[in-house]
Ligand binder design. Sequence first.
Ligand SMILES: NC(=O)c1ccc[n+]([C@@H]2O[C@H](COP(=O)([O-])OP(=O)(O)OC[C@H]3O[C@@H](n4cnc5c(N)ncnc54)[C@H](OP(=O)(O)O)[C@@H]3O)[C@@H](O)[C@H]2O)c1
Length: 319
Amino acid sequence: MSSVVRYLTMNNGLKMPSVGLGTYLLKQDILKQALDYALFLGYRHIDTALSYENEVEIGEVIHERIKAGRLKRNELFVTTKVPSVYLSRESAIRSTELSLENLKLKHVDMLLIHHPWGLVNRGDGTLVPFDSKGEKELCWYNILETWDAFEHVHNRKLTKSIGLSNFNPTQIQRIWDKADVKPANLQLELHAYWQQNVLQKVCREKNIIMTAFAPLGAPFKNDMTDGLPKLLEDPVIIEISDEYGKSPAQILLNFLLQKNIGVLPKSQSIERIRENLEVLDWKITQMDCERIEKLDNTVKYFPFDWAHTHPEYDKNQPF
Ligand SMILES: NC(=O)c1ccc[n+]([C@@H]2O[C@H](COP(=O)([O-])OP(=O)(O)OC[C@H]3O[C@@H](n4cnc5c(N)ncnc54)[C@H](OP(=O)(O)O)[C@@H]3O)[C@@H](O)[C@H]2O)c1
Protein backbone atom coordinates (compact mmCIF):
# COMPACT_ATOMS: atom_id res chain seq x y z
CA MET A 1 0.00 0.00 0.00
CA SER A 2 1.32 3.51 -0.75
CA SER A 3 1.80 6.08 2.02
CA VAL A 4 0.43 9.46 2.99
CA VAL A 5 2.63 12.52 3.64
CA ARG A 6 4.89 12.55 6.71
CA TYR A 7 5.77 16.24 6.29
CA LEU A 8 3.89 19.19 4.87
CA THR A 9 6.01 21.84 3.17
CA MET A 10 4.94 25.36 4.03
CA ASN A 11 4.98 28.44 1.76
CA ASN A 12 8.23 29.56 3.49
CA GLY A 13 9.98 26.30 2.55
CA LEU A 14 9.96 24.87 6.10
CA LYS A 15 8.42 21.50 6.91
CA MET A 16 5.79 20.52 9.47
CA PRO A 17 5.33 16.88 10.56
CA SER A 18 1.86 15.94 9.37
CA VAL A 19 0.80 14.22 12.62
CA GLY A 20 1.04 16.24 15.82
CA LEU A 21 0.01 15.47 19.38
CA GLY A 22 -2.91 17.65 20.49
CA THR A 23 -2.64 18.69 24.13
CA TYR A 24 -5.88 20.58 24.88
CA LEU A 25 -7.06 19.57 28.40
CA LEU A 26 -3.88 17.55 29.05
CA LYS A 27 -2.09 18.69 32.20
CA GLN A 28 0.54 17.81 34.76
CA ASP A 29 1.66 14.18 35.14
CA ILE A 30 -0.87 12.77 32.67
CA LEU A 31 0.42 15.19 30.05
CA LYS A 32 4.06 14.47 30.88
CA GLN A 33 3.59 10.70 30.57
CA ALA A 34 1.59 11.03 27.36
CA LEU A 35 4.07 13.40 25.75
CA ASP A 36 7.12 11.43 26.81
CA TYR A 37 5.60 8.28 25.33
CA ALA A 38 4.59 10.12 22.14
CA LEU A 39 8.16 11.40 21.67
CA PHE A 40 9.50 7.90 22.33
CA LEU A 41 7.21 6.55 19.59
CA GLY A 42 8.33 9.18 17.10
CA TYR A 43 5.85 12.05 17.32
CA ARG A 44 7.78 15.19 16.37
CA HIS A 45 5.01 17.79 16.42
CA ILE A 46 3.35 19.12 19.58
CA ASP A 47 0.37 21.46 19.55
CA THR A 48 -0.17 23.69 22.58
CA ALA A 49 -1.38 27.21 23.43
CA LEU A 50 -0.73 29.71 26.21
CA SER A 51 -4.38 29.22 27.23
CA TYR A 52 -3.98 25.43 27.66
CA GLU A 53 -1.82 26.25 30.69
CA ASN A 54 0.43 23.25 30.03
CA GLU A 55 3.46 24.80 28.32
CA VAL A 56 5.65 24.45 31.43
CA GLU A 57 5.16 20.66 31.57
CA ILE A 58 5.71 20.37 27.83
CA GLY A 59 8.97 22.30 28.18
CA GLU A 60 10.10 20.01 30.98
CA VAL A 61 9.52 16.84 28.95
CA ILE A 62 11.26 18.27 25.89
CA HIS A 63 14.29 19.37 27.92
CA GLU A 64 14.63 16.10 29.79
CA ARG A 65 14.73 14.24 26.48
CA ILE A 66 17.18 16.68 24.90
CA LYS A 67 19.44 16.53 27.98
CA ALA A 68 19.40 12.72 27.88
CA GLY A 69 20.44 12.82 24.20
CA ARG A 70 17.15 11.23 23.09
CA LEU A 71 15.87 14.21 21.11
CA LYS A 72 17.31 17.08 19.11
CA ARG A 73 15.58 20.44 19.16
CA ASN A 74 15.79 20.75 15.38
CA GLU A 75 13.82 17.50 14.93
CA LEU A 76 10.92 18.88 16.89
CA PHE A 77 8.06 21.10 15.72
CA VAL A 78 6.35 23.05 18.52
CA THR A 79 3.22 25.11 17.87
CA THR A 80 1.78 27.56 20.36
CA LYS A 81 -0.90 30.22 20.18
CA VAL A 82 -1.50 33.77 21.37
CA PRO A 83 -4.84 33.91 23.25
CA SER A 84 -7.77 36.24 22.64
CA VAL A 85 -6.91 38.47 25.63
CA TYR A 86 -3.49 39.29 24.14
CA LEU A 87 -4.28 40.48 20.64
CA SER A 88 -3.01 44.06 21.08
CA ARG A 89 0.43 44.55 19.51
CA GLU A 90 2.28 44.89 22.79
CA SER A 91 0.44 41.99 24.49
CA ALA A 92 0.93 39.64 21.54
CA ILE A 93 4.68 40.21 21.72
CA ARG A 94 4.68 39.67 25.48
CA SER A 95 2.50 36.55 25.13
CA THR A 96 5.05 35.05 22.73
CA GLU A 97 7.89 35.80 25.14
CA LEU A 98 5.88 34.27 27.97
CA SER A 99 5.22 31.07 26.00
CA LEU A 100 8.95 30.78 25.29
CA GLU A 101 9.74 31.28 28.99
CA ASN A 102 7.18 28.58 29.87
CA LEU A 103 8.52 26.18 27.27
CA LYS A 104 12.14 27.16 28.00
CA LEU A 105 12.79 27.42 24.28
CA LYS A 106 14.58 30.06 22.21
CA HIS A 107 11.96 29.76 19.49
CA VAL A 108 8.77 27.93 18.61
CA ASP A 109 8.21 26.52 15.13
CA MET A 110 4.72 27.91 14.63
CA LEU A 111 2.95 30.77 16.35
CA LEU A 112 -0.77 31.15 15.71
CA ILE A 113 -3.37 33.79 16.53
CA HIS A 114 -5.68 31.46 18.48
CA HIS A 115 -8.93 33.23 17.49
CA PRO A 116 -9.78 36.50 15.73
CA TRP A 117 -12.30 37.31 18.51
CA GLY A 118 -10.65 39.36 21.22
CA LEU A 119 -11.37 39.25 24.95
CA VAL A 120 -10.78 41.98 27.53
CA ASN A 121 -7.25 42.02 28.93
CA ARG A 122 -7.64 42.79 32.64
CA GLY A 123 -3.90 43.08 33.07
CA ASP A 124 -3.81 40.46 35.85
CA GLY A 125 -3.10 37.37 33.75
CA THR A 126 -6.76 36.32 33.42
CA LEU A 127 -6.96 34.36 30.18
CA VAL A 128 -10.75 34.00 30.02
CA PRO A 129 -12.54 37.00 31.60
CA PHE A 130 -16.22 36.63 32.48
CA ASP A 131 -18.69 39.42 33.26
CA SER A 132 -21.24 39.35 36.12
CA LYS A 133 -23.74 37.51 33.87
CA GLY A 134 -21.24 34.72 33.26
CA GLU A 135 -20.58 35.80 29.64
CA LYS A 136 -17.07 36.06 28.26
CA GLU A 137 -16.04 39.73 28.06
CA LEU A 138 -15.49 40.44 24.37
CA CYS A 139 -13.19 43.19 23.11
CA TRP A 140 -12.26 44.34 19.60
CA TYR A 141 -8.61 44.42 18.55
CA ASN A 142 -7.27 45.24 15.10
CA ILE A 143 -6.07 41.86 13.82
CA LEU A 144 -3.76 43.66 11.38
CA GLU A 145 -1.91 45.06 14.40
CA THR A 146 -1.77 41.59 15.90
CA TRP A 147 -0.22 40.41 12.66
CA ASP A 148 2.28 43.25 12.81
CA ALA A 149 3.33 41.91 16.24
CA PHE A 150 3.62 38.43 14.73
CA GLU A 151 5.93 39.74 12.02
CA HIS A 152 7.96 41.47 14.71
CA VAL A 153 8.49 38.27 16.74
CA HIS A 154 9.19 36.40 13.51
CA ASN A 155 11.87 38.93 12.61
CA ARG A 156 13.34 38.50 16.09
CA LYS A 157 13.47 34.74 15.34
CA LEU A 158 11.23 33.92 18.32
CA THR A 159 9.19 31.79 15.93
CA LYS A 160 10.14 30.14 12.63
CA SER A 161 6.69 30.52 11.09
CA ILE A 162 3.47 32.39 11.79
CA GLY A 163 -0.14 31.52 11.09
CA LEU A 164 -3.82 31.74 11.98
CA SER A 165 -6.49 29.71 13.72
CA ASN A 166 -10.28 29.94 13.42
CA PHE A 167 -10.07 32.70 10.79
CA ASN A 168 -12.64 33.04 8.00
CA PRO A 169 -11.80 33.68 4.31
CA THR A 170 -12.26 37.47 4.56
CA GLN A 171 -10.02 37.73 7.62
CA ILE A 172 -7.35 35.57 5.95
CA GLN A 173 -7.47 37.85 2.90
CA ARG A 174 -7.17 40.99 5.06
CA ILE A 175 -4.03 39.61 6.69
CA TRP A 176 -2.70 38.28 3.39
CA ASP A 177 -3.03 41.64 1.62
CA LYS A 178 -1.15 43.47 4.36
CA ALA A 179 1.43 40.87 5.31
CA ASP A 180 5.15 41.10 4.61
CA VAL A 181 5.45 37.63 6.14
CA LYS A 182 2.55 35.58 4.80
CA PRO A 183 0.57 33.20 7.04
CA ALA A 184 2.00 29.70 6.56
CA ASN A 185 -0.63 27.71 8.41
CA LEU A 186 -4.35 27.73 9.19
CA GLN A 187 -5.44 25.59 12.13
CA LEU A 188 -9.18 24.94 12.21
CA GLU A 189 -11.89 22.46 13.05
CA LEU A 190 -11.77 19.92 10.24
CA HIS A 191 -12.95 16.32 10.13
CA ALA A 192 -15.17 14.00 8.09
CA TYR A 193 -18.31 15.69 9.47
CA TRP A 194 -16.98 19.23 8.76
CA GLN A 195 -14.64 19.17 5.80
CA GLN A 196 -14.20 22.89 5.21
CA ASN A 197 -14.15 22.76 1.41
CA VAL A 198 -14.32 26.56 1.07
CA LEU A 199 -11.30 27.09 3.31
CA GLN A 200 -9.48 24.18 1.67
CA LYS A 201 -9.76 26.08 -1.62
CA VAL A 202 -8.64 29.39 -0.07
CA CYS A 203 -5.60 27.69 1.49
CA ARG A 204 -4.69 25.76 -1.67
CA GLU A 205 -4.68 29.00 -3.67
CA LYS A 206 -2.37 30.69 -1.14
CA ASN A 207 -0.29 27.61 -0.38
CA ILE A 208 -1.23 27.87 3.30
CA ILE A 209 -1.04 24.44 4.91
CA MET A 210 -4.02 23.35 6.99
CA THR A 211 -3.94 21.51 10.29
CA ALA A 212 -7.10 19.87 11.53
CA PHE A 213 -8.15 20.24 15.13
CA ALA A 214 -10.75 17.84 16.50
CA PRO A 215 -9.84 15.41 13.68
CA LEU A 216 -11.65 12.62 15.58
CA GLY A 217 -14.69 14.77 16.21
CA ALA A 218 -13.61 15.67 19.77
CA PRO A 219 -15.54 12.76 21.35
CA PHE A 220 -15.25 14.30 24.83
CA LYS A 221 -17.66 16.98 23.56
CA ASN A 222 -20.40 14.35 23.08
CA ASP A 223 -20.56 13.93 26.84
CA MET A 224 -21.16 17.66 27.20
CA THR A 225 -23.62 18.06 24.33
CA ASP A 226 -26.05 15.16 24.25
CA GLY A 227 -27.59 14.35 20.92
CA LEU A 228 -24.67 15.28 18.66
CA PRO A 229 -23.77 12.53 16.20
CA LYS A 230 -20.58 10.75 17.21
CA LEU A 231 -18.06 10.75 14.39
CA LEU A 232 -16.09 7.74 15.69
CA GLU A 233 -19.32 5.72 15.67
CA ASP A 234 -20.49 6.68 12.20
CA PRO A 235 -21.66 3.52 10.33
CA VAL A 236 -19.70 4.42 7.16
CA ILE A 237 -16.49 4.92 9.16
CA ILE A 238 -17.07 1.64 11.05
CA GLU A 239 -17.68 -0.22 7.78
CA ILE A 240 -14.50 1.14 6.19
CA SER A 241 -12.48 0.44 9.34
CA ASP A 242 -13.67 -3.20 9.28
CA GLU A 243 -12.68 -3.51 5.61
CA TYR A 244 -9.10 -2.30 6.28
CA GLY A 245 -8.63 -3.84 9.73
CA LYS A 246 -7.89 -0.34 11.07
CA SER A 247 -9.62 1.56 13.88
CA PRO A 248 -12.23 4.26 13.10
CA ALA A 249 -9.78 6.90 14.38
CA GLN A 250 -7.09 5.67 11.99
CA ILE A 251 -9.48 5.84 9.02
CA LEU A 252 -10.45 9.41 9.93
CA LEU A 253 -6.82 10.53 10.24
CA ASN A 254 -5.71 8.76 7.05
CA PHE A 255 -8.57 10.41 5.14
CA LEU A 256 -7.32 13.90 6.11
CA LEU A 257 -3.63 13.10 5.55
CA GLN A 258 -4.46 11.97 2.01
CA LYS A 259 -5.67 15.50 1.36
CA ASN A 260 -2.35 16.89 2.65
CA ILE A 261 -4.06 18.18 5.78
CA GLY A 262 -2.09 17.89 9.03
CA VAL A 263 -3.82 16.25 12.00
CA LEU A 264 -3.55 16.91 15.75
CA PRO A 265 -5.23 14.00 17.55
CA LYS A 266 -5.16 14.40 21.33
CA SER A 267 -4.90 11.36 23.55
CA GLN A 268 -3.74 10.56 27.04
CA SER A 269 -3.90 6.81 26.45
CA ILE A 270 -0.75 4.89 25.58
CA GLU A 271 -2.66 2.60 23.18
CA ARG A 272 -4.44 5.43 21.40
CA ILE A 273 -1.32 7.60 21.12
CA ARG A 274 0.33 4.69 19.31
CA GLU A 275 -2.74 3.99 17.20
CA ASN A 276 -2.97 7.63 16.08
CA LEU A 277 0.59 7.60 14.74
CA GLU A 278 0.16 4.33 12.84
CA VAL A 279 -1.62 6.08 10.02
CA LEU A 280 1.21 6.92 7.65
CA ASP A 281 2.24 3.76 5.81
CA TRP A 282 -1.01 2.99 4.04
CA LYS A 283 -3.85 4.68 2.21
CA ILE A 284 -7.57 4.13 1.85
CA THR A 285 -8.75 4.05 -1.79
CA GLN A 286 -10.13 7.01 -3.68
CA MET A 287 -13.53 5.29 -3.64
CA ASP A 288 -13.48 5.08 0.15
CA CYS A 289 -12.39 8.75 0.38
CA GLU A 290 -15.44 9.60 -1.71
CA ARG A 291 -17.69 7.66 0.67
CA ILE A 292 -16.31 9.73 3.56
CA GLU A 293 -16.65 12.97 1.58
CA LYS A 294 -20.41 12.36 1.54
CA LEU A 295 -20.50 12.70 5.35
CA ASP A 296 -19.63 16.40 5.10
CA ASN A 297 -21.79 19.10 6.75
CA THR A 298 -23.10 16.92 9.56
CA VAL A 299 -21.85 18.81 12.61
CA LYS A 300 -19.44 21.51 13.74
CA TYR A 301 -18.43 20.57 17.27
CA PHE A 302 -16.80 23.95 18.05
CA PRO A 303 -19.26 26.73 17.02
CA PHE A 304 -17.56 29.16 19.44
CA ASP A 305 -20.99 30.52 20.43
CA TRP A 306 -19.41 32.67 23.12
CA ALA A 307 -18.09 34.98 20.39
CA HIS A 308 -21.27 35.32 18.32
CA THR A 309 -21.77 39.03 19.13
CA HIS A 310 -18.14 39.93 18.37
CA PRO A 311 -17.67 42.19 15.29
CA GLU A 312 -15.18 39.66 13.86
CA TYR A 313 -17.67 36.76 14.22
CA ASP A 314 -19.46 36.13 10.93
CA LYS A 315 -21.85 33.21 11.01
CA ASN A 316 -22.20 33.36 7.23
CA GLN A 317 -18.55 32.50 6.63
CA PRO A 318 -16.72 29.27 7.41
CA PHE A 319 -13.99 29.27 10.05
N1 LIG B 1 -7.04 26.11 17.57
C1 LIG B 1 -8.08 25.81 18.29
O1 LIG B 1 -8.98 26.64 18.55
C2 LIG B 1 -8.23 24.40 18.82
C3 LIG B 1 -9.47 23.96 19.33
C4 LIG B 1 -9.57 22.65 19.77
C5 LIG B 1 -8.47 21.82 19.71
N2 LIG B 1 -7.25 22.27 19.24
C6 LIG B 1 -6.05 21.39 19.18
O2 LIG B 1 -6.38 20.21 18.46
C7 LIG B 1 -6.19 19.08 19.31
C8 LIG B 1 -7.18 17.98 18.97
O3 LIG B 1 -8.49 18.39 19.14
P1 LIG B 1 -9.42 17.83 20.32
O4 LIG B 1 -8.56 17.39 21.44
O5 LIG B 1 -10.43 18.87 20.59
O6 LIG B 1 -10.20 16.61 19.64
P2 LIG B 1 -9.79 15.17 19.04
O7 LIG B 1 -8.34 14.99 18.93
O8 LIG B 1 -10.66 15.00 17.83
O9 LIG B 1 -10.38 14.22 20.15
C9 LIG B 1 -9.72 13.98 21.37
C10 LIG B 1 -10.55 12.93 22.11
O10 LIG B 1 -10.54 11.70 21.36
C11 LIG B 1 -10.16 10.62 22.17
N3 LIG B 1 -9.29 9.76 21.34
C12 LIG B 1 -8.02 10.01 20.95
N4 LIG B 1 -7.55 9.04 20.16
C13 LIG B 1 -8.55 8.13 20.04
C14 LIG B 1 -8.67 6.92 19.33
N5 LIG B 1 -7.67 6.44 18.60
N6 LIG B 1 -9.85 6.24 19.42
C15 LIG B 1 -10.87 6.72 20.18
N7 LIG B 1 -10.82 7.90 20.86
C16 LIG B 1 -9.67 8.59 20.78
C17 LIG B 1 -9.40 11.24 23.33
O11 LIG B 1 -9.56 10.48 24.50
P3 LIG B 1 -8.26 9.87 25.26
O12 LIG B 1 -7.39 11.02 25.63
O13 LIG B 1 -8.88 9.18 26.43
O14 LIG B 1 -7.62 8.93 24.29
C18 LIG B 1 -10.07 12.62 23.48
O15 LIG B 1 -11.22 12.53 24.31
C19 LIG B 1 -6.34 19.65 20.72
O16 LIG B 1 -5.84 18.78 21.71
C20 LIG B 1 -5.59 20.94 20.57
O17 LIG B 1 -4.20 20.71 20.61
C21 LIG B 1 -7.14 23.54 18.78
